[in-house]
Design a protein around this ligand. Structure first.
Ligand code: ASN
Ligand code: ZN
Ligand code: CA
Length: 343
């Protein structure tokens, strides 16, 4: 017989976490019947062979099993520890979308996804793939990146799946920057939602996975995106020529300003100093409302070709729906976009 069991895991980045697993005979499977049978498997350090999105062979996803339902050791010496982080990342992402936005799974149909960990050798990336409805995580090379299984990375990558099923923002030009920013914003919202003492909420992307060889404390910085050396803080007519991970800076900066406001501030022990492009002072409305406004904008108003001007309109419409045209929130959305030179 097969039934849901409650276990726990020692993760790499998030301490000890609860896991819902599947009891099957005398073993447990890292598969969660309460979240669409989302499961995690071992890619055995193999890679996919895909050309232009068509895959001729795929690395495996050999389901993790365990004898006592206590998973991992909290160190990379045990292959199941990264699996704990990956499974926990899907749990928190699922719960964030379900409990905050009423969205039932990435596609909104209750269907779970799956994770592969230990993809490739020293692989310095993680990615969502619509064609397998699955997440893939590298181990990192150990000098620039550690295992890429942190919460904000999980939330970022799976949010690409949500974007794909909703606005379907084209992954180039300004819409591509908005696609990437959507993933940074919701990756951050998942991290705040999880409220995990080992990986508390912040406005940094990838702070848990970078190593000394990377030379910066995070991949991206929402308060002042140019701190990464590449991203745009302010909109300009050429922003759409940047790589999508850098044109995202304008919307990440908007989201920070709308959450926390401009100027210097320490939040959860992290110091931020967010400038505005127009010299104005912006007052924040908190990250929860930013997540609600962005989600409604993404799922109701944005389309595949939405650009920055369109994102301003979409989020203003969302704020009007949620809080009213005369609300503080509506005015704050307008002020935050103006502060990044949009509108
Ligand atoms: N980690 C990268 C990202 O999510 C991989 C990709 O899909 N472009 O942006
Ligand atoms: Zn991305
Ligand atoms: Ca983070």
């Amino acid at each position: 017989s097969v039934e849901t069991a409650t276990g726990d895991g020692s993760s790499l980045y998030s301490g000890t976490v609860a896991l819902e697993t599947t009891a099957s005979g005398s073993t447990y499977q890292l598969k969660d019947p309460t979240r669409g049978n989302t499961y995690t498997g071992d890619a055995a350090n193999k890679t996919d062979l895909c050309i232009f999105g068509i895959c001729f062979s795929r690395a495996p996803a050999t389901l993790f099993t365990d004898t006592d339902n206590h998973w991992g050791t909290g160190t990379s010496s045990d292959r199941s520890s990264a699996a704990v982080d990956a499974q926990y990342g899907t749990n928190e992402t699922w719960d964030y979308y379900k409990n905050v936005h009423g969205r039932n799974g990435i596609a909104g149909d209750g269907k779970g996804s799956y994770n592969r960990v230990h993809y490739g050798k020293n692989y310095n990336n993680a990615f969502w793939d619509d064609s397998c409805f699955c997440m893939t995580y590298g181990d990192g090379d150990g000098s620039t990146f550690g295992p890429l299984v942190a919460l904000d990375v999980a939330g970022h990558e799976m949010s690409h799946g949500v974007t794909s099923k909703t606005a379907a923002l084209t992954y180039s030009g300004e819409s591509g920057g908005l696609n990437e920013a959507t993933s940074d914003i919701f990756g951050t919202m998942v991290e705040w939602y999880a409220d995990n003492a080992s990986d508390p909420g912040d406005y940094l992307i990838g702070e848990e996975i970078v190593r000394s060889g990377f030379g910066k404390p995070a991949l991206r910085f929402m308060d002042k995106p140019s701190k990464d050396g590449n991203s745009a803080d302010c909109w300009s007519g050429s922003v759409g020529n940047l790589d999508v991970h850098y044109s995202s800076g304008v919307a990440n900066h908007f989201a920070y300003l709308l959450s926390e406001g401009s100027g210097a501030k320490t939040v959860n022990g992290v110091a931020y100093d967010s400038p505005t492009c127009n010299g104005a002072t912006v007052t924040g409305i908190g990250h929860d409302k930013v997540g609600r406004i962005w989600y409604r904008a993404l799922t109701v108003y944005m389309t595949s070709s939405t650009n920055y001007a369109g994102a301003r309109t979409a989020t203003l419409n969302a704020a009007k729906d949620l809080y009213g045209a005369g609300s503080t929130e509506y005015a704050a959305v307008a002020a935050a976009w103006s502060a990044v030179s949009v509108g």
